[in-house]
Design a binder for this molecule. Sequence first.
Ligand code: GCV
Length: 661
Amino acid sequence: MATREWTQLWLGYHKVCEGEGCWKIVLEGFSKDSAIISNALKEFTRGIGSLTGEEVVSSEDAGQKTLKITANKEIKKEGYHIQGNAEGITLEASDDNGALYGVFAILRQIACGQKAGEISENAAPSNPLRMMNHWDNMDGSIERGYSGKSFFFENEEIVIDERTRDYARFMASVAINGVVINNVNVKGAASYLITDRYFDKVKELSEIFGEYGIKLYLSLNFASPIEIGGMDTCDPLDKEVISWWEKKMAEVYARLPLLGGFLVKADSEGRPGPFTYGRTQADGANMLGDVIKPYGGIIIWRCFVYNCTQDWRDTKTDRARAGYDYFKDLDGAYHDNVILQIKNGPMDFQIREPVSPLLGGLTKTNQMLEVQIAQEYTGHQIDLCYLIPLFKEVLDFHTHCAPEKDTVADVVSGRTMGNTLGGMAAVINTGNDLNWTGDDLAAANTYGFGRLSFNTDLSAEEIAREWIALTFKLPKKEEDVLCSMLLRSREIYEKYSSPLGIGWMVTPNDHYGPSVDGYEYSRWGTYHRADHLGIGVDRTDKGTGYAQQYYEENAKMYNDPHTCPEELLLFFHHIPYTWMLKTGKTLIQHIYDSHFEGEEEARGLAADWDSLKEAIPAAEFDRVKKRFDLQLDNAREWRDQVNSYFFRKSGIADEKGRTIY
Ligand code: GCV
């Protein structure tokens, strides 16, 4: 048997018990002719075989237990009901996707220790759209990729092999229903993905995805009329430009009937957009929305628009304000098939940021939450950083946009406004490494994002435990150790990196490791403003006014340093080092203590991992151990550079007299 060149992630299905007998599958209202249903049956056969050794027999009479899959239109779109009983398991689902997700749910529950007869769950997705965004380039590189090269592209060609199908299986198993395959920075060959050069392969890919209930999306170059159309403008209100796009969309959908639509990064970090022609973001998004509408496609328009050529001397311009400033006034102007995709924070995926005020700030526009599981600023999949607790905080945040149903989870799911387009997207952390995610433990974020976007009520711990059971199947004690490591990891990373929400003290460009002033005198709008007396950015009504972009309750809370949550204190306020925190520590002492603690706790993570040596397969154990060695170097470097920097700035000694350089 050929050795697989990649792992099966959480679909490896370790044996949980010795089964008794075999299964037959009965379909009612579903057909084996549907590729999704046929794949669901294959997954059940494969999964139950690995978990219990039980076979699925093809003759309808021979089976001792029955998996009965029934169509039930009463159940919500993509939802399922599963129930174990003396005869086997019943699965009722609204549609093919629901049936597929129901099968994965059955296997998940058995892998997590449930007996088939005891299985029970009624589920429907919290979010209509649950998407992965790849930042893969066509030369095979991945922007912010930390797990090898792209498995979609190589040498400007599209790669389709068995790995493609496995990828689709993994995504479907956590109910992802949309995937953008190429980087939002669309350049060079990627601009031609909507031309004859690539149609056949993109179509093939979209069909494989389709067999797992996933729609393929492409990132789009707003300047396509110029770059591939030979025109001299891409002004969204120009009649010839519009007619170019109309023809292009007709061609695209004739060749790619399964395409979900496009993701667009416009007027951001050098990418072209409507501003060049004095047009608004709505002009750009709506023009594309209109031309794609006849085909049922959608336009996902990113709100990551800001001035990236700021003068650091300018203390009035505040990058944090940009998203709201550019998009709020156009609320209600966006057409129905346009969704605005908004990063979780106003800056850029730092380890701690407030929730973007645009989320819920918009009350008449489809919104989608964008998070990043590629660990660009959170340790490059070297440092352990389980991000689901961070995403939970964002989802649970009360925006105060409505008297009730006002959390971010409510807003993006459509519950607040009653709209049907919205959801969650993650910049994904995968590549062609053997284990897909560089650090084996980073797959907890891949799995976790899918599960959370399907069910935003799940806790970070529930998701972690599922992932551990599916991936490693550890005894309870070891499961507890690994679960605790995951749950502690985000706070640990936060402690040894930048303090109290200030962010950005990373090595420029690369974004791994410390460089306290690395971005301080740059053009990127990312400043900490530390001097010998204090640190932080005044974003209050006396400063940049960013705090006032929130609804009143939150604006008031953030505006006052006494009520501002302390983990965000330096994001909103310029604070003296001698400021007394609620813990009774001064700010400077907090900086020292948290950095010493963070480094020490990182060593605790590594020691915990060592304690799992006997329980984890050797290859995985060694791979992860090497990552922890690097994490410890990183944590030490962060601790010493940040502490030395603030000691030198402030001249205030550590009360505990520890070594600071
Ligand atoms: C894809 C940050 C990253 C860029 C990324 C950009 C974005 O600036 O560093 O690599 O570009 O965000 O989200 O568009």
